[in-house]
Design a protein around this ligand. Structure first.
Ligand SMILES: [Zn+2]
Length: 205
């Protein structure tokens, strides 16, 4: 693949721009772009951007609306072919198992990602879906490209969730008054936009 000589950071910056748009929408900041590297005959061509997308789970109320899934749909539509052989997908975050499965079905050649996801990454951190000898297609994963920038976006998102969560809980305590002290469940609420360890917060007192 000619991508061995590509400047991966150039395309990762495009994915990061998408992730920033997601962050501005209050979504988990994840962005993805897909770039075509070869023509139908497998010959190297100048890179062509064929898709760029951001996470839209909250906006679309769709748990499958991850950046990679939307980018794959865009790229398939743009090329009139669901087979995306000869393409490279750039993602700010290691693809989850769902997206890794879609990447395999689309026969994407290479996945370049920024931040690894030790909890549920499907590119080898938690599950090795992309480069698995048991499957009939193998995709080459390359991790750690602009990792710090990609992780910083995620940290910013979770920090904003904590800030909003504390504000919501304080409001909740004021609204519920006496109940918050007598009912053990008062002051406890789920914050839908947050994942992971801060999904549930408990109000003290
Ligand atoms: Zn995903």
């Amino acid at each position: 693949m000619p991508t061995d000589f590509w400047d991966h950071e150039f395309f990762m910056k495009m994915a990061i721009r998408q992730a920033r748009l997601a962050l501005a929408d209050g979504e988990v900041p994840a962005g993805a772009v897909i770039v075509r590297a070869t023509d139908a005959a497998g010959r190297a061509i100048r890179p062509i951007l064929i898709a760029q997308a951001r996470n839209q789970v909250e906006r679309l109320k769709d748990p499958t609306a991850h950046a990679e899934m939307i980018a794959i749909t865009q790229a398939s539509g743009a090329g009139g072919d669901w087979r995306l052989a000869g393409t490279v997908l750039y993602a700010t975050k290691e693809p989850c198992p769902m997206c890794a499965g879609a990447i395999m079905l689309a026969r994407i050649h290479t996945v370049v990602f920024g931040a690894a996801d030790p909890q549920r990454g499907g590119a080898g951190s938690a599950f090795n879906i992309l480069d698995n000898p048991a499957l009939n297609h193998r995709c080459r994963p390359i991790g750690g490209v602009m990792e710090e920038e990609c992780q910083a976006l995620l940290r910013e998102f979770f920090a904003s969730c904590r800030t909003r969560g504390i504000r919501i809980l304080r409001q909740s305590a004021q609204d519920s008054g006496e109940r918050s002290r007598t009912n053990s469940t008062a002051g406890r609420m789920s914050i839908r936009t947050c994942n992971g360890p801060i999904r549930m917060l408990r109000l003290k007192g």
